[in-house]
Structures are given as C-alpha cells and as structure tokens.
Design a protein around this ligand. Structure first.
Ligand SMILES: Nc1ncnc2c1ncn2[C@@H]1O[C@H](COP(=O)(O)OP(=O)(O)OP(=O)(O)O)[C@@H](O)[C@H]1O
Ligand SMILES: [Zn+2]
Length: 516
C-alpha cells in the first residue's frame, strides 16, 4: 500500500517536470524569462487536480464495474452488525418465529450430526420501511454471523452474464465467511416471474440464484433472506421448498407496536414529562416503522431549532405533519384565486370525510407543504385490517370530493386532483382485480389477464369512480353551507383543527343520505 503511494508521488513529480519541459519547448527562447513563477504554479495546480481526479476515480467503487473490482472493494457489503432483537420493536411473533432459525445457526453442529438440513431461505415481504432490513441484520447480530447486503437491482446490468457472476461471487464469499446471512433487498428486481417477454439478463441472474440456493449443502451455515414489497410477483421456482420456503409477512405496525417503536427511537431523547408515547401511537395509524423513526428524529430537530431543551407534544405534532405532508414552504407565492381553489378543494375532502365518518380529521391546511398546495391530515380511529366494500367506496368518494368541490364552485377543474385521482383509481382497481367486489364476480385476476383485458377492466373501474364522483357532488351540494364556511375559515386562518371543524359542523345540521 505504502509503496503504491511512493510510486504515485514519483509519477506526479515526473509529470510536473515533463510539463515544465514541454512548456519551455513551446515557448520561444527569447520569451523564456517570461515564464513566471505564476505559470509554474498553474502547471503544478493542473497536475495536482489531474492526479486527485485519477485518485478519486480509483477510490470510487461505483466507477469500477463490480465484476472487475478487487476483493477489498466488494467487501464493503460485508459487515458484522451490532444490531440485535432488542433494537427491533413490536414484531414479537416474527422474532419468535425467527428464534428457530437462530437456533439452527447457533447450534448448527448438533443439527448436522443428526443429519437434519438447515433451512436455507426466508422471504420477508410487506410494505416499505417496516423493518425488513433491520430484522435481517438483527438475525446476523443474534448469531454473530457475517452479514452480506445486496440489492436485487444491483445485479441487473446491461451486459448479459454480469448479474449471474455477481450472484456466484456473493455466495462464494458468504460460504467462505460462514456462518453468514445474505440479505437480498428488492429481490423482485431479479425474481419476478419468467415469461416469454422476460429479459435474458434478469433470467440468467435468477437462474444463477436458483442454482446457488440448490448448490450449497448443510455443511455450510449460510442463510439467505430475501425482501420484497410484492410476494405475488415472484417466480414460484424461487419460493419452492428448499429455496425461499419460509415466507414472513411484515406489515405496518399496530398501535401497540407503534408505541414500542416510538419508545425505541425516543429512548435517548429528553422528553417532556406530560408527553404520552401512547398518544403519539394513536396519531400515527398506518405509518411504518421507518416513518416513526423519522418522526422521532424530526421532533428532536424541531426542538433544537426552537431552542428547547426538552421535546413536547407540540414538536411531535409538527414532526408528524412534516413527515406525512412534507416540508412547509416558507413564503410561498400562491395566487389568491389558486388559494381559493385549494380552500374549496380541501374543504370538499374534509366535509365528506366527516360526513361519511371515514377517518378522524385532525387538521385542514392551505399552507403549501412538499408538493401539495393544501392537505387534510386524518387518521382512522383505530387499526383496521378488513375493509368492507362500502368503506372502500367511501374512501374513493372522499378522495374525489376535492375535485367535486372545485367543479361545483368554479364550474371547472384543475390539475390539483392528480394525486387524489391516482389513489382513487388504485383502490377501484383493487376492488375489480383483487377483491372480487364488482359484477365480474368473486375473482382475483392475475397480471397477465389484467394486461390483455385492460380496456374491459378500465370500464369496471370507471363505473366505480363515476358513481363515487356523483355521490361526492351530491353530499357537497346537500351541505354547501358547511363547505362555504370551512373554506371561508381556511381563507382567513389557513388552518383548521378538529375542534374548530366540530364547531363549524355544530352550527349547521349536516345532511346525508346514501344513494341507493
Ligand atoms: N420494528 C422496528 N423497530 C425499530 N425500528 C424500526 C422498526 N421498523 C423500522 N424501523 C426503523 O426504520 C428504519 C428503516 O427500516 P428498514 O430499512 O429495516 O425497512 P425495510 O422494510 O427494509 O424497508 P424497504 O422495504 O424500504 O427496504 C430502520 O433503520 C429503523 O430505524
Ligand atoms: Zn385533494
């Protein structure tokens, strides 16, 4: 290592010397005195920059195709994590289930003597940010195994064969360092179903992964953990016995788990005595572990910014809003007409949510945040795992009510409903394709069928969203005074909290009849 540095230094001095010689060669003899020390410094600086650029090219592993990279550079994916199960909050049943695997690794000799095969593959699946990576690291920590991290998308390259070679190298290293855990995040990037339209490189990589999973035997204690948001998209071959045959669903945390996660992430923070973590758990229904960790951190940052030495519920409320709705824009330049449109749009969402009782409305705001010009902050009253058809229809009504209010008041629609339309369409699509909630009957449709029959499916989706839109307009028209009142208060004060909204509702008698 040292000798390399010395060679580089000599090389650099050589380059400087030859540059000066070349410079003199190009300059007529009579002008030689004109080569000032400034010129020499310039040559020296340019050489140094070239030298440093060359050095950073070499030290940046991204620039070296991993297939050509040295052993050392590839080893950056290998760690011995200092994470254990106590860092993973909630998820008690899952930790219980993983105890068996931990027992296998820690007592592998006993199992081997008995001729028992150690299970090789576990597949974690569920929404993003729920702790899949954290849990895999904790398994490595609990067993003192080497942890190899790989992301499915890293394997798939333009060049056929590169991905397969990377898979081979990864397994070779893991076997050498056994006991080890290989964690393959976003495994769907290589593991989706193979079909006639598949791409060759992806399929070769997947085949290599299958070969590796079949290849290693019980003398090597290597456990492979895959993670995906979409188990249904994975090739069945990957999930067969002997491969990723244990499937563990990791969902968003329930109230109890949220409380524990928030506890873990606030342990090291000075909290106000009156602050109840339980209350925070109530206000964060539907959020992931990663979002909760983010909220705890944001609350601390906000407290520092406000020169506080303890964190109170005020900072947490601001942090929740920040994480859910995005960064508040300072001095936004929203036109008055646009502000009115946003006020009516948000009033439409809030009015229907309250009338249909879909969620508890915490706050309505027309202060721009993130990409939104306004927003309604709302949470379901409790954790829900099942939704009736009626509830899904109500959700779609509330989503489309922003646009419906715009149309009723201004007789035209704006681009502001883009996100609402996308969410509403997704729910309706699930109702048609996954939940069997339409005239098509009790069917779940697979991706290939959906792709080839999308025109027909689109018609079914449109029936649902059209009905919801009419219903939204009906509810708003029947309660138009409340809509005007909410938007008036929003124009004056920019935000309304749930108590103020209750006051507005008390002053009028909301009307509501479901269309039959
Ligand atoms: N159950 C939990 N206990 C404690 N912290 C958690 C938990 N779940 C998530 N977190 C926090 O969220 C962060 C991100 O979680 P992680 O990366 O493990 O999620 P993931 O499911 O792998 O996400 P993705 O699918 O996006 O890769 C963790 O580093 C941790 O700080
Ligand atoms: Zn909206």
């Amino acid at each position: 290592m040292k000798s390399k540095k010395i060679i580089s230094l000599f090389l650099m001095l050589g380059i400087i010397a030859s540059s000066l010689v070349i410079l003199q060669y190009f300059v007529p003899i009579k002008d030689l005195e004109a080569i000032t020390s400034r010129d020499r410094i310039a040559v020296f600086s340019v050489t140094m920059i070239l030298f440093l650029l060359n050095k950073s090219y070499k030290s940046n592993p991204q620039l070296v195709p991993s297939i050509l990279a040295t052993e050392k550079e590839n080893d950056r994916d290998k760690v011995r994590p200092d994470v254990s199960f106590k860092d993973v909050a909630g998820l008690e049943e899952i930790k219980e289930e993983l105890q068996e695997t931990i027992g296998f690794i820690n007592n592998s000799l006993k199992y081997k003597k008995m001729g028992a095969k150690i299970p090789k593959g576990i597949m974690f699946y569920g929404p993003p940010g729920t702790g899949k990576t954290l849990l895999a690291k904790a398994v490595a920590g609990e067993t003192n195994s080497t942890f190899f991290y790989a992301s499915g998308s890293e394997f798939v390259e333009k060049y056929v064969g590169v991905g397969a070679k990377r898979v081979r190298t990864l397994f070779e290293k893991a076997k050498k360092e056994a006991p080890s855990i290989i964690f393959i995040d976003e495994i769907d990037a290589i593991g989706t179903k193979r079909n006639s339209e598949s791409n060759n490189e992806k399929d070769q990589t997947l085949n290599q992964l299958l070969v590796e999973l079949d290849g290693f035997n019980s003398s090597e204690t290597v456990i492979v953990i895959g993670a995906t948001n979409r188990l249904d998209l994975l090739d069945e071959a990957l999930l067969r016995p002997g491969r990723f045959d244990r499937h563990i669903h990791i969902g968003n945390p329930n109230m109890n788990a949220r409380e524990k996660i928030l506890q873990v992430h606030t342990n090291d923070k000075p909290l106000c005595k009156n602050l109840l973590i339980k209350d925070l758990a109530k206000k964060t229904t539907g959020l992931s572990g990663a979002e909760l960790a983010n909220i705890a951190n944001e609350a601390a940052i906000i407290a520092v910014r406000n020169n506080k030495n303890i964190i109170s519920s005020k900072e947490f409320d601001a942090a929740i809003e920040r994480v859910i709705a995005g960064l508040e824009l300072k001095n936004p330049t929203v036109l008055l007409k646009e502000k009115r449109t946003v006020a009516f749009h948000e009033a439409g969402h809030a009015l229907t949510s309250k009338i249909l009782n879909t969620d508890i409305v915490q706050k309505i705001s027309i202060v721009p945040r993130g990409q939104a010009l306004g927003y309604v902050l709302k949470f379901p009253e409790e954790d829900r795992y099942l939704h009736t058809k009626r509830e899904l229809e109500d959700k779609i009504i509330c989503l489309l009510a922003g646009r419906a209010a715009e149309e009723i008041i201004f007789n035209e629609v704006t681009t502001g409903a883009k996100d609402d339309l996308s969410k509403a369409t997704n729910i309706a699509r699930e109702m048609v394709c996954s939940y069997g909630m339409t005239e098509m009957g009790n069917l779940a449709l697979d991706e290939v069928y959906i792709r080839y029959n999308y025109d027909f499916i689109r018609k079914e989706i449109k029936i649902i969203t059209d009905d919801a839109y009419s219903e939204a307009k009906k509810i708003i028209n029947e309660n138009i005074d409340i809509l005007h009142n909410i938007s008036k208060v929003l124009m004056d004060k920019e935000t309304i909290d749930n108590e103020e909204l209750d006051e507005i509702f008390k002053a009028y008698k909301p009307k509501f009849n479901y269309a039959t």
